[in-house]
Design a protein around this ligand. Structure first.
Ligand code: PD2
Ligand code: ZN
Length: 288
């Protein structure tokens, strides 16, 4: 396929995305026109990154337009009725999905070797986890979060780059709109009390936090090692809980920084064994 054709289809994709076309509809449409799945994924991801480069008065358009806010949202590209998503380097299974709030559970997102390698690389750098104090914008230790954690800088090493690119392909969301990958370790008794991942825009410290990449709009949680008992990720308002099963990944999105997003969630106390997870929080704009 000559490069001029790529330019043309990319431009068409940018226009569609700016018009609010969801990424999965674009993928279907490209597949119907005979485009190879991998090439289509790549072009959609490129168009996602390009959409805000084009000078236009309109706000950055949507990969998946959120019905509540009309703003762009990360969202898994899952073809209708599909049991699997082929991400090129990995075939991921769709285990469960909820429309509103948008929650999708995937199996096989990371291999056992990838889970272990991430834990091994994180181990020497683990420290007591912090929470962001919305009064001041500072990070501090908090009894609501007793795990230990660390951050990998974006693109820090080949495995981190592979995982970030995989998340980006799955969610049709540019890598540079993701925070640094965080690894968390919970021992028996450790927990993360129910909370919202977005920042309260009314908090006095919000300005400083939001200046760096805008609001958080989605969470992608990867389970690296499962405990023997406990450690579920819970959604108390929805009556939902997800077992921390190694290799699986949980996506959820919040299209407004408000409890009406119904994304209150927590990490239940680990009862026996140890739980390791990696979190990628996604921002509405480029996160430096
Ligand atoms: O480790 C968890 O299950 C968990 C629960 C709630 C992680 C997070 N939130 C998070 O990293 O935001
Ligand atoms: Zn959380």
């Amino acid at each position: 396929m000559p490069s001029a054709d790529y330019r043309e289809i990319r431009q068409w994709l940018v226009e569609q995305i700016r018009g609010g076309q969801p990424a999965d509809a674009l993928l279907r449409s490209m597949r119907d026109r005979g485009w190879n799945r991998e090439v289509a994924y790549g072009l959609i991801a490129q168009a996602m990154a390009m959409r805000s480069e084009v000078s236009a008065p309109a706000p950055a358009p949507a990969a998946q337009a959120s019905p509540a806010s009309g703003r762009a949202m990360p969202a898994p590209i899952v073809e209708e009725g599909a049991l699997h998503v082929d991400l090129g380097d990995r075939r991921v299974s769709v285990l469960a999905a909820m429309e509103s709030p948008r929650i999708v559970l995937f199996d096989g997102f990371l291999s056992e070797a990838e889970c272990d390698a991430l834990v091994d690389m994180a181990l020497p750098r683990m420290q007591r986890s912090l929470t962001v104090d919305i009064e001041t914008g500072d990070s501090r230790t908090d009894v609501v979060r007793t795990s230990r954690g660390m951050f990998f800088r974006r693109g820090e090493n080949p495995l981190v780059r592979t995982i970030e690119a995989r998340v980006s392909r799955l969610l049709a969301w540019p890598v540079d709109r993701g925070e640094h990958l965080q690894v968390l370790h919970y021992r028996p008794g450790d927990r993360y009390e129910p909370h919202y991942d977005y920042f309260d825009p009314a908090g006095p410290g919000a300005q400083a936090v939001l200046a760096r990449g805008g609001q958080r709009i989605a969470t992608f949680l990867m389970y690296l090692r499962e405990p023997e008992r406990g450690g579920d990720t819970t959604f108390p308002d929805l009556g939902l809980r997800f077992a921390a099963k190694r290799g699986t990944a949980l996506f959820f999105a919040y299209d407004r920084p408000d409890p009406s997003s119904r994304t209150l969630h927590g990490g239940a106390p680990v009862i026996a064994g140890e739980k390791w997870v990696a979190t990628k929080w996604l921002r509405e704009s480029v996160f430096e």
